[in-house]
Design a protein. Structure first.
Lengths: 423, 354
């Protein structure tokens, strides 16, 4: 009998050993997008992760559109990767794997406490840890310095308003015969900062979204006017339709505009690709409402549909450690979300003066925005902000192209946002 | 004997399986008659069995079954899923996470006041605007394309030099991917594109024209590009229709001294009318579904399909009720297409009965 049991236990033991060894060497799928070299830098870290844990990572680098437009459907249909780099931090919360059981929560809270809340469910009771904020991004403008010099126009200094910049950019455009002076990515995320500067609040005292107020109306009037006068290009916002996102960086890279309203995530891209003119990041322009800039960032998250939660959590925890976070920030020229690194500073190595200056400017933008337009941080933590990002361009564009009056567009925008965010 | 067979077939198992198959066939069919016929009966015993079971009238349906299953899976299943979306609400694409909504999505699509917020509803404006724009597109694009397809077919039906080459030239755009067509024309039509720069060089315009942004020009170029991309297909159908007209009719007319124009009016067009009808209805259905080229070109108006695509959340962020509203809109469009198809079937039948 005993020998029979022994014999029977052999294959079971072998099976268990196989299962255990499989658990120790899981392969996780990772969907990654990059603005510059973020995924490439993470790819260089993978051998160290495998050496440390035995797990491997199958990384798939895709365009941002895939993450923005397709990932949620993949999650709903059970075809999602184990891990992905996302920007809709609050909106994807129902699909996140809570990493709390797998990581040192004290370390995470100490170093990422300020940004972890952006990934949590609304209501304030959720204390889960859902992903590694790869960087802290801040919106702000980039300027083609060479154009200002060629045009003989003085660049507005610190504390300049959007109207000061509009005047200067109009002079540059007229002098050099440019297509336009100012370009901006077609998403409400980019107009949010300027709108805050004009006094838009976005939320009432009770924390409920109130999109169109006097400040936003004032900004919208100016924004439409900038298009009417040709300060902003027809290839930008008016060329898009519906909720479509349009990247305006190519207009800046090709020297068609003198200013681009974008964000800190483009520093590495510009440092690599701009070779024929001098560029500079300038402080977020101000207005009656403050000097508005939108904070934000991307995060690497694991999904609760994964069948390898330990490996997925181990991967994210590995990347979040101070050594990897410092290396990532240094190589991708990003502002780290790691608070310890923010305090101690990141060694950006042989970064060019433009890059170092740009990083300082954007870091200061984040601080100024927190002081003068705190609603920016509320908006970033709002779980349905991505819905608003799409609705606003739709109606603002119609006002720009004359399909609607601005009053009609703003009324429609208010009503549509209310309908879209209604449960 | 067995060794000989084994040597002949080597160590492969399939010859034995085949022999067993034939043996079963012999046992079931008990064939009689010539040797070849008997062999074929043994070989085709599954079909004979199927025929015995299904009867001679049922056998065609048995053959159609695999096709119907695949057709049903990829055609009817999405249709029923779409119907499911239209009567449920929620952001998820999983039915288990969607609540029953009845006709709420229809109200969200068409009512003046939002049933969710009590504020002015925007979806009806967006939907009706897409309907109006699509009608404008269809009303101009279809007749223009059918007219030019007819002219081209008439020209290429004549004995002209390089006829094969010209037929290829006009058919070539049909083979291009819609996305390629869109990007190709975007290069031509964008602000700094070939067209604006050429016209600037010639001094015909003072500054680049926003061909794809200006409300008039964006519709004009949508119609132009869509016609350019699809004309070849309809030209080919009309060409086949032209070649089916008996030549002796033309010979008889020429002997009577009939002019070319009169032959066109009295022989060609009347006899081509059934084909024209098919082309017209097909073009109409296709124009209602216009999307890919227009999407790739980033035109400034929203077609019905683009509205459905946008509202469903396939681009951008899915919204609370977007999928249900888009599914309802798509069913309304499908209804229009069904009516058009029925008209085509009725007209074709009427022509055939004559």
């Amino acid at each position: 009998m005993k020998s029979t049991l022994k014999l029977a236990s052999l294959p079971i033991a072998a099976l268990l050993a196989g299962t255990l060894s499989a658990q120790a060497n899981d392969e996780i799928s990772f969907l990654c997008y990059q603005d510059g070299t973020e995924c490439d830098v993470i790819a260089q870290m993978l051998p160290a992760f495998t050496a440390a844990t035995g797990h491997t990572v199958a990384m798939d680098i895709v365009g941002y559109d895939i993450i923005r437009d397709q990932l949620e459907n993949q999650l709903q249909s059970g075809a999602a990767p184990d891990v992905a780099r996302v920007t809709n931090l609050g909106g994807l919360n129902p699909y996140y794997l809570d990493l709390t059981p797998y990581v040192d929560t004290a370390f995470w809270e100490e170093n990422y406490g300020a940004t972890l809340a952006w990934m949590r469910a609304a209501g304030g009771t959720d204390q889960g840890i859902y992903g590694w904020p790869t960087q802290l991004t801040v919106t702000g403008p980039y300027v083609n310095v060479s154009m200002f010099e060629d045009a003989g126009v003085d660049m507005p200094g610190d504390g300049a308003t959007w109207l000061d910049w509009a005047d200067a950019l109009t002079q540059v455009r007229d002098t050099l015969g440019l297509t336009a002076g100012l370009a901006m990515d077609r998403t409400a995320h980019r107009v949010a900062g300027p709108a805050f500067s004009f006094g838009a609040q976005f939320f009432d005292d009770a924390g409920q979204p109130i999109f169109v107020d006097d400040g936003f109306r004032s900004f919208a009037e100016t924004f439409v006017e900038w298009h009417r006068t040709g300060l902003m290009p027809a290839e930008g916002w008016p060329a898009g339709s519906g909720t479509q996102y349009r990247n305006a960086a190519p207009l800046f890279l090709s020297g068609e505009v003198a200013m681009l309203m974008s964000g800190s995530w483009m520093i590495n891209n510009f440092a690599t690709n701009i070779t024929d003119f001098d560029w500079r990041a300038v402080p977020a322009p101000c207005g009656p409402g403050g000097c508005g800039a939108m904070p934000g960032g991307a995060a690497i998250v694991a999904f609760n549909s994964t069948d390898k939660p330990e490996a997925a959590a181990a991967f994210i925890d590995f990347l979040a450690q101070t050594e990897q976070a410092a290396s990532f920030a240094s190589q991708t020229l990003n502002i780290p979300a790691h608070q310890g690194l923010q305090a101690s500073g990141v060694d950006y190595g042989d970064a060019s003066p433009e890059v170092s200056a740009a990083l300082r400017v954007f870091a200061q933008n984040a601080v100024t925005a927190a002081q003068t337009t705190p609603q920016a941080y509320t908006f970033q933590g709002y779980a349905k902000n991505f819905v608003i990002y799409g609705v606003v361009p739709d109606y603002l564009t119609r006002a720009i192209t004359g399909e609607m009056t601005l009053d009609e567009a703003l009324a429609a925008m208010d009503a549509d946002i209310a309908a879209q965010i209604a449960e | 004997m067995l060794d000989a067979l084994q040597n002949a077939f080597g160590n492969s198992g399939w010859p034995y399986a085949f022999l067993v198959y034939l043996a079963i066939g012999w046992a079931i069919t008990r064939p009689t008659g010539p040797l070849f016929g008997r062999f074929m009966s043994m070989l085709g015993w599954p079909l004979e069995m199927a025929q015995r079971l299904a009867g001679s009238t049922g056998l065609p349906y048995l053959f159609l079954l695999p096709n119907m299953l695949i057709f049903g899976l990829f055609t009817f299943a999405p249709f029923f899923i779409n119907m499911g979306f239209s009567v449920t609400e929620g952001q998820s694409i999983n039915f288990e996470s969607r609540d029953w909504a009845g006709a709420d999505n229809l109200r969200r699509l068409l009512s003046e006041t939002s049933i969710d917020t009590g504020m002015a509803n925007q979806e009806d404006d967006k939907f009706l605007s897409a309907v109006a724009s699509t009608f404008v597109f269809v009303i101009f694009q279809v007749p223009i394309m059918v007219f030019f397809a007819l002219c081209t077919a008439l020209a290429l039906n004549r004995k002209i030099v390089g006829r094969g080459f010209w037929r290829s030239v006009f058919f070539y755009p049909v083979m291009l991917s819609p996305v390629v067509v869109g990007f190709l024309w975007t290069l031509i039509l964008k602000r700094q594109g070939v067209l604006s720069l050429t016209l600037l060089d010639w001094g015909w315009i003072d500054e680049p024209v926003q061909w794809l942004t200006d409300p008039f020009w964006t519709m004009f170029w949508s119609i132009f590009v869509y016609t350019w991309a699809h004309l070849g297909f309809y030209m080919l159908i009309l060409l086949a229709g032209l070649q089916a007209i008996p030549k002796d009719l033309y010979e008889a007319a020429r002997m009577d001294g009939t002019s070319e124009f009169r032959m066109l009016r009295r022989i060609t067009l009347p006899l081509l009318m059934p084909t024209m009808l098919v082309v017209f209805v097909l073009a109409l259905i296709k124009a209602f579904q216009a999307f890919e080229e227009l999407y790739a070109m980033n035109v400034r108006w929203t077609s019905l399909v683009a509205y459905i695509f946008e509202t469903s959340g396939l681009r951008g962020q899915p919204t609370a009720n977007g999928l249900g509203i888009a599914a309802t809109a798509s069913l309304l469009v499908a209804l229009v297409l069904v009516v058009l198809s029925l008209i085509q079937i009725w007209l074709s039948g009427r022509e055939a009965r004559r």
